[in-house]
Write a protein that binds this ligand. Sequence first.
Ligand SMILES: CC(C)CCC[C@@H](C)CCC[C@@H](C)CCC[C@@H](C)CCOC[C@@H](COP(=O)(O)OP(=O)(O)OC[C@H]1O[C@@H](n2ccc(N)nc2=O)[C@H](O)[C@@H]1O)OCC[C@H](C)CCC[C@H](C)CCC[C@H](C)CCCC(C)C
Ligand SMILES: O=P([O-])([O-])O[C@@H]1[C@@H](O)[C@H](O)[C@@H](O)[C@H](O)[C@@H]1O
Ligand SMILES: [Mg+2]
Ligand SMILES: [Mg+2]
Length: 186
Amino acid sequence: MLSKLRPAVKEPLERTASYLAKIGLTPNQVTLLGFLLTLIASYEFYLGNQIVAGTIMAIGSLLDALDGALARATGKVSRFGGFLDSTLDRLSDGALLVGIALGNLIDWRVAFLALIGSYMVSYARCRAELAGSGTLAVGIAERGERLIIIMIFSLINRVWIGVYLVAVLSWVTFIQRVYEARKRLQ
Ligand SMILES: CC(C)CCC[C@@H](C)CCC[C@@H](C)CCC[C@@H](C)CCOC[C@@H](COP(=O)(O)OP(=O)(O)OC[C@H]1O[C@@H](n2ccc(N)nc2=O)[C@H](O)[C@@H]1O)OCC[C@H](C)CCC[C@H](C)CCC[C@H](C)CCCC(C)C
Ligand SMILES: O=P([O-])([O-])O[C@@H]1[C@@H](O)[C@H](O)[C@@H](O)[C@H](O)[C@@H]1O
Ligand SMILES: [Mg+2]
Ligand SMILES: [Mg+2]
């Protein structure tokens, strides 16, 4: 869903990316910086500081949109950069939910369901694309949506609602992707 917004936010992202280029940052550095901020946000969840965590998470996630924009704007797109971006996304998804669960902000079993659901969404896309489906950016709760849900509910000190929603919507998205993959890979 949110990935359809890409063309609409291309220009402000490019402008911000050109600023990052000016201060000498490389795409991989931006990827790592975003990851580091997400780890700090996870620790803040563990401490129970949901609003601080949600705010840091927003900045970290924004950097995730900016690393690719920077790579494209400066001709520094690399296969390793794409690999690093996606791999650190998985670690970030895990760290956030572990931080929320260890901070006792949610029943750990719900966090567990949300985590496996999120991983299945990403894995289904990756595996289907490898099998030749073409870009499988489909479903109600792609990564951008899942992050925004967690952010919004953290900012109102109700992250548990966000995790419940992700636990349900990620599995719905996984099923949507399985159906779509079945259609495309016949
Ligand atoms: C509470 C406040 C105080 C906090 C302040 C923060 C605020 C300034 C902004 C808060 C916005 C917040 C809601 C942001 C949430 C954004 C979040 C949902 C974004 C999620 O990210 C997913 C995003 C990116 O996905 P990918 O990583 O897959 O894509 P790319 O990185 O573009 O490309 C990958 C591709 O690039 C190559 N590559 C990558 C890295 C690398 N090291 N090397 C490489 O070569 C390689 O080819 C890879 O394969 O998903 C995108 C979906 C969509 C675009 C989401 C749009 C949301 C948007 C960001 C919202 C903000 C818009 C706003 C108008 C921007 C203003 C900028 C501002 C700073 C002025
Ligand atoms: O598949 P998903 O979790 O909705 O979302 C994500 C993709 O949109 C993104 O392009 C990729 O870099 C991520 O690692 C992740 O796979
Ligand atoms: Mg990125
Ligand atoms: Mg990323």
